[in-house]
Write a protein that binds this ligand. Structure first.
Ligand SMILES: Nc1ncnc2c1ncn2[C@@H]1O[C@H](COP(=O)(O)OP(=O)(O)OP(=O)(O)O)[C@@H](O)[C@H]1O
Ligand SMILES: O=C(O)[C@H](O)COP(=O)(O)O
Length: 398
């Protein structure tokens, strides 16, 4: 792995304006942060820089705004949550460039922390527009990237700024790269991957590559329904991207060719409503009623998954096995997570997990600390798994 400039190389930051790219794309429920892990991960970089007298200006995105500013995707509530985590005030500016940002930055004192509004309120962010990079850079003297989980995006605040200002990896970026290299650079075989969650369309291409690298791929969550449907199983009203059936079939063909076992659910927990405590039952996967949704994998499937975990030397996990936020549809995720954690604690498994919701699920199961490494990255984690170069990381290479 190439060497990176880190905070150890940054020199004196007292009085300097340090633009710190963080990933505050955290899960929210009822307008409040429901899992603060990503904030906790960037807290050491913020407090270290602030403690050294830097004026710490946080840049972040939230969600995927479609047409400019969207009040529902404002970072304002996350400034409050960040202040709670770091134990000191965090100011907020209602824009990431222009007069509002400049005024808030010029009012900062040494050691202050300020969060700027969602960078994705400008399309120029995602286009890595040089003029937008200039506008962001106008508020800083130094750039620190502590957002590994957004490093797969070649955006202005994740890549462009590193060309414009002296650039360093933050403590979390540094830790993440070191741990992933150790855990995944050269994994001990057999390698088993568990991929679940809802985002079928964003993960399906990644699965195509994963099947070439792992010995077994467990597919759970909403994602499994697309594979089941492609195989001809009726998944009723379950979350399912029927238009991706051909891709799912292709992945299964690729897996067979690469000698990768694909493990799909053999039973599912079904309900008619997507809400906590909804009436539910476990049925064989080929007996899902037309008006029901599969919201979790069933007990037989969990037993199979746990057997695969027993066979694995390395486990890579992204995405929950069911709608874990809603009880009782958290059971499979909790069971498999605890099983993997126990194997890890016994020294029999290297377990690496990544993904915002995955981290929330492992925390919910109470085992996040027992995994070998838990990355807060979703897409970046999987792209790393594919061996792809991440633009936000490449640009930091010394
Ligand atoms: N069977 C299912 N039906 C509907 N939703 C499901 C099902 N299984 C899982 N989910 C949902 O998938 C979501 C998590 O998927 P996601 O792909 O976002 O996970 P992740 O990759 O860990 O997170 P992130 O993409 O934020 O890094 C959860 O909200 C969960 O409720
Ligand atoms: O949640 C994530 O994985 C990161 O914040 C990146 O978000 P994105 O997939 O919307 O770029």
């Amino acid at each position: 792995m190439a060497a990176f400039k880190t905070l150890d190389n940054i020199g004196c930051v007292a009085g300097k304006r340090v633009l710190v790219r963080v990933d505050l794309n955290v899960p929210m429920a009822d307008g409040k942060v429901s899992d603060a892990t990503r904030i906790e991960r960037v807290a050491p970089t913020i407090t270290e820089l602030s403690g050294k007298g830097a004026r710490v200006i946080l840049l972040a995105h939230f969600g995927r705004p479609k047409d400019g500013p969207d009040p529902a995707l404002s970072l304002a509530p996350i400034a409050t949550a960040t202040a709670e985590v770091i134990g000191r005030p965090v100011g907020f500016a209602a824009d990431c460039i222009g007069e509002k940002a400049a005024a808030a930055v010029s009012a900062m004192k040494d050691g202050d922390v300020l969060l700027l509004e969602n960078t994705r309120f400008y399309k120029a962010e995602e286009k890595n527009d040089p003029a937008f990079v200039e506008q962001l850079a106008a508020n800083g003297d130094i750039f620190v990237n502590d957002a590994f989980s957004a490093a797969h995006r070649a955006h202005a605040s994740t890549e462009g700024l590193a060309h414009k200002l002296p650039a360093y990896a933050g403590r979390t970026m540094q830790a993440e790269l070191e741990a992933l290299e150790k855990g995944l650079g050269n994994p001990v075989k057999p390698v088993v991957a568990i991929v679940g969650g809802a985002k079928v369309s964003t993960k399906i291409d990644l699965l195509m590559n994963l099947v070439k690298r792992v010995d077994a791929l467990v597919i759970g969550g909403g994602m499994a329904n697309t594979f089941l449907a492609a195989r001809g199983t009726d998944v009723g009203k379950s979350l399912c991207e029927h238009d991706l059936a051909t891709t799912a079939k292709q992945i299964m063909i690729e897996a067979a060719g690469a000698g990768c076992a694909i493990i799909l659910p053999s039973d599912g927990v079904i309900a008619r409503e997507f809400k906590a405590g909804a009436a539910n039952e476990t049925v064989a996967i080929d007996a899902v009623p037309a008006d029901a949704m599969i919201l979790d994998v069933g007990e037989k499937t969990v037993a199979t998954i746990n057997e695969w975990i027993d066979r694995a030397a390395t486990l890579v996990w992204n995405g929950p096995l069911g709608a874990f936020e809603i009880e009782p549809f958290d059971k499979a995720t909790v069971s498999a997570a605890r099983h993997a954690a126990a194997r890890t604690k016994a020294g029999k498994l290297v377990s690496v997990a990544g993904g915002g919701d995955t981290v929330a699920a492992l925390n919910h199961a109470g085992v996040a600390d027992d995994f070998t490494y838990v990355s807060t990255a979703g897409g970046a984690f999987l792209e790393w798994m594919e061996g792809k170069e991440l633009p936000g990381v490449e640009v930091l290479k010394a």
